[in-house]
Design a protein around this ligand. Structure first.
Ligand SMILES: Cc1[nH+]cc(COP(=O)(O)O)c(CN[C@@H](CCC(=O)O)C(=O)O)c1O
Length: 304
């Protein structure tokens, strides 16, 4: 990722991609306290637009607040900087990664005296779980690793320290040939995917796990709106892994994963073992929305 042409926004300035470096004694590198976002820009019918830029930027600020990290830029400055990065790199569609991190001013657990830095990069990133996965669904396995307790890493924050849990889960299942991991919470109920939220459909109703130990996904929120548009309410409830075995349909959502159908969990076919009809309908509408083909959702598109 480091050796490519382009520009990265770092601490208020656009600099050449290869010069966006940091010292090996960067506090966040050692102690894991960096807050970040995953955001997508799409090449819509009316030009390049960042999807739900305000919500992602607010979540970045919220993540900083939760971890007592004072991000030295306003919401508007961060939003404009993300637009600037897309323009500077001449990207029609892309994935953006804003990150706020503590620098190398000091070592030791406490962040007092360390400076908060902000960097924003953008690059083309296609189907996170594969184009085939978007169409045919993916094979998921429940990980043996438990999602964080809600009083260990903070679930409302998108913080780097959360992700070794996701990495362990993803590595565990991909080494066995599955596409992605599902994580259970510390009481054994379904939490979320390693990098996604989850929805299931059973007897014509849409369900999602209680959000407690999962990231409050922005794509998840977008799916709520699309489901309502189709006349469905999403019921939030405690979901067990075998609820998913017996579901008619299931899918993951995320900025990177978009809407990815799940065709199997733990070697049990879900429904007919392929993308379900309601999943396909929701997925198609989601792609209409992000590509600017649904004027009712224009408020979610920040044109660059
Ligand atoms: C743990 C987790 N849960 C749910 C989500 C979905 O949230 P949202 O993007 O707001 O709908 C994500 C985003 N996962 C990022 C992972 C990408 C990466 O591998 O890095 C993403 O989708 O950008 C998570 O990391």
């Amino acid at each position: 990722m480091a050796d490519r042409d382009g520009f990265i926004w770092q601490d208020g300035k656009l600099i050449p991609w290869r010069e966006a470096t940091t010292h090996v004694l960067t506090h966040s590198l050692h102690y894991g306290l960096a807050v970040f976002e995953g955001v997508r820009a799409y090449n819509t019918v009316k030009g390049t637009a960042i999807f739900r830029l305000a919500e992602h930027t607010q979540r970045l600020i919220n993540s900083g607040k939760i971890y007592m990290m004072d991000i030295p830029y306003s919401k508007d400055e961060l939003m404009e900087a993300q637009k600037e990065v897309v323009r500077a790199n001449k990207l029609e569609s892309c994935y953006l990664r804003p990150i706020a991190y503590y620098g190398s001013e000091k070592m030791g657990i406490s962040t007092v005296g360390a400076t908060v830095h902000v960097a924003i990069a953008a690059w083309p990133w296609g189907a996170y779980l594969g184009e085939e996965g978007l169409e045919k669904g993916i094979r998921v396995k429940t990980s043996s690793y438990t999602r964080h307790h809600v009083n260990s890493t903070m679930p409302r924050a998108k913080v780097a320290a959360t992700y070794p849990n996701s990495i362990l889960a993803n590595l565990e299942v991909t080494r066995m040939g599955y596409d992605e991991a599902l994580l259970l919470d510390n009481q054994g109920f379904v939490a979320e995917g390693a990098g996604e939220n989850l929805f299931i459909i059973k007897d014509g109703k849409i369900y999602e796990p209680e959000i407690a130990s999962a990231l409050t996904g922005i794509t998840r929120d977008s799916i709520h709106a699309i489901a309502r548009e189709f006349g469905y309410d999403v019921t939030t409830k405690r979901i067990t892994r075998d609820d998913i075995y017996l579901a008619d349909e299931a899918f993951f959502t995320g900025t990177a994963a978009e809407v990815t159908p799940i065709r199997e969990l733990d070697d049990r076919k879900i429904g007919e073992g392929k993308r379900g009809p309601l999943t396909e309908k929701i997925q198609a509408r989601f792609f209409d929305v992000v590509n600017g083909r649904a004027p009712e959702y224009d408020q979610w598109l920040a044109y660059v």
